[in-house]
Write a protein that binds this ligand. Structure first.
Ligand code: GAL
Length: 348
């Protein structure tokens, strides 16, 4: 029995030696792996856009491409962007994510089609160990809390709305009749809303109106409707309202610039120039409309910072290093790019 035990001890010793050898091998491989990480001089980023024909998203896409070039120049790391358009289909986007992962993307930047249904993307990314930077369409908190390699970048919707309301509050304080055009003591407005499921539509609608009230502008809502961020849909709605409420509308509050431009299209067709229209985004066509005096004002997200924050965060995920300090993350997860008011300069 004893001998038997001794024999087992010998075997155990031999086993231990083999185990040590194995561990040494593993450690060595681990080190080599780390060395490989350190030497990583190229990264591949898979980007999926909810709709490539959305003006604001297009502006962000262009900025991302610029920032990727800038990142390459500054860091000597080759950046490959694989940009896909999900064309409004969550199913298509899920397939794109699968393809990105099979192509060996180091990180994914996703502008989700259905922000309430990011779980399939998260499942795939988690299984493959590929971090995800969501942007512009914020997944629900429950999904975001599923993994510490999930991030979100997008403007703060309440801040946007308060700034938008402020455009009118400031003008009203300066010259009430510039807002209350018919001078009846009430500013009659219509509201153009984005997609009903988008966090920005709900919060912007609520807080722009609240800011007007808090700022002492005597407002009265005539009507409102959902135009899904689209210029043509907004134009059709506005045309209908101009017919239903002739000579009543003094102000158009729009959840984004494209819909504001749609309202302006309808106003132009009707030969109306005095109605104030305000938007959000600071898109290129939006800024042009401010310059030529058709759009009173907008709230512009700083696209350079927006694009750079996505790029830098994605690159740090891909390289497995700390997130960039210049874009501090709230709760280690969220970054809100800065925004500013742009208004038509009546002196210029
Ligand atoms: C909003 C933006 C809209 C539209 C939308 C798409 O933040 O204001 O113009 O781009 O995102 O998700």
């Amino acid at each position: 029995m004893k001998r038997c035990c001794t024999r087992w001890n010998d075997r155990q010793k031999a086993g231990k030696r083999i185990l040590c050898l194995l561990m040494a091998c593993l450690l060595l491989t681990g080190c080599q792996g780390t060395r490989k990480e350190e030497e990583k001089n190229s990264i591949r980023i898979g980007i999926s856009l909810y709709r490539g024909d959305d003006t604001f998203i297009n502006n962000i896409r262009n900025e991302l491409e610029e920032q990727a070039k800038e990142y390459e120049r500054e860091n000597g790391i080759k950046v490959t962007l694989d940009i896909q358009d999900a064309k409004g289909s969550q199913n298509t986007q899920n397939n794109q994510v699968e393809r990105f992962i099979s192509l060996g993307c180091d990180v994914l930047c996703i502008n989700p089609v259905d922000r309430m249904d990011a779980s399939v993307i998260i499942d795939k990314a988690m299984t493959a160990g590929v971090p995800v930077v969501f942007f512009n369409r914020q997944p629900v908190e429950e999904d975001m809390n599923r993994w510490d390699q999930l991030y979100y970048i997008g403007v703060d919707a309440k801040e946007t709305a308060v700034l938008q309301g402020q455009i009118i509050v400031d003008l009203y304080r300066e010259d009430p009749l510039a807002v209350d055009i018919n001078g009846d003591g009430v500013v009659s407005y219509v509201m153009l809303e984005g997609e009903s499921s988008h966090q920005d539509s709900l919060i912007r609608t609520e807080w722009s109106v609240q800011t007007l009230k808090d700022g002492g502008v005597p407002i009265e809502k005539i009507t409102g409707g959902i135009a899904n961020w689209e210029r043509s849909q907004a134009s059709a709605l506005m045309e209908q309202w101009l017919g239903e409420y002739p000579e009543t509308i003094e102000l158009v509050v729009s959840n984004n610039d494209d819909m504001a431009l749609g309202a302006i299209d309808a106003l132009s067709r009707a030969g109306i120039t005095e109605v104030n229209v305000i938007g959000i985004d600071g898109t290129i066509p939006g800024i042009e409309a401010i310059e030529n005096g058709k759009l009173l004002g907008t709230v512009s997200a700083n696209k350079e910072v927006y694009g750079s924050a996505i790029m830098e965060l994605a690159a740090s995920c891909a390289l497995g290093v700390e997130p960039p300090g210049e874009y501090p993350l709230t709760d280690g997860t969220y970054y809100w790019p800065p925004q500013e008011i742009l208004v038509h300069n009546t002196d210029g």
